[in-house]
Design a protein around this ligand. Sequence first.
Ligand code: MF3
Ligand code: CO
Ligand code: CO
Length: 259
Amino acid sequence: MASETIVLLSSREIEKMRQAGRFAAELLDHLETMVKPGVSTLELNDEAERWTQSRGAKSGPLGYHGFPKSICTSVNEVVCHGIPNAKQILKEGDIINIDVTPILDGYYGDTSKTFFVGTPSPMAKKLVEVTQKCLDVGIAEVKPGAKIGDIGAAIQEYAEAQGFSVVRDFVGHGVSNIFHTAPQVPHYGTRGKGKRLRPGMVFTIEPMINEGTWEVEVLADQWTALTKDRKLSAQFEHTVAVTQDGVEILTLSRKVAKV
Ligand code: MF3
Ligand code: CO
Ligand code: CO
């Protein structure tokens, strides 16, 4: 099937993805400065939309399959696709994943991080740190000749060794001038399985790691995915490109890239 064909991006297209990715990372850095007790998730959304529009870009999520807002804001037990809401006020001890996907010059930069609101509980702190490391160990597998399954295997081994579980129902994805395309990138799996990675492939890695069960449930709004046991969930996401000899993270901000 055509939709299973993994497109290899040209160096011109990868440069577009680099610009969109950096734009997304800088938007996320900007929103991070607003994360404090008392701020509503709608305020984060509205600032994201304003920041994006004022720089000549668009918000990928807005209207995507009917998604009503410009970013996803997923608090505590929400796994992903949380919908910003004026009545949802951040409070001390919450964790919040902010997932942004601006479209710059036709290309999508897709990245997310989980932030602490004030001081986290020891469990929240451990979960968020482990989830960040899950993204890192996944990215470390990416190089020409490796298999898609190597990424998920590395993430699953690390997450489960730390006593956490890996969400199965949502996966990473190819991304370019299309929001979600081939390949699918599971965050669990078996080394040596799946498609071979080749230079020019561009996809996200976005592990969702749960404190308790990996099972999720979707609310009647048809978007908000939450843990079945209502325990915590965290997520980090980068868009990456397979290069001739390894990997390039496309969603680093200038701030981070220089460190
Ligand atoms: N940014 C999300 C991802 O990582 C997708 C959000 S789709 C939306 O793939 F419709 F919920 F915005
Ligand atoms: Co995303
Ligand atoms: Co994504």
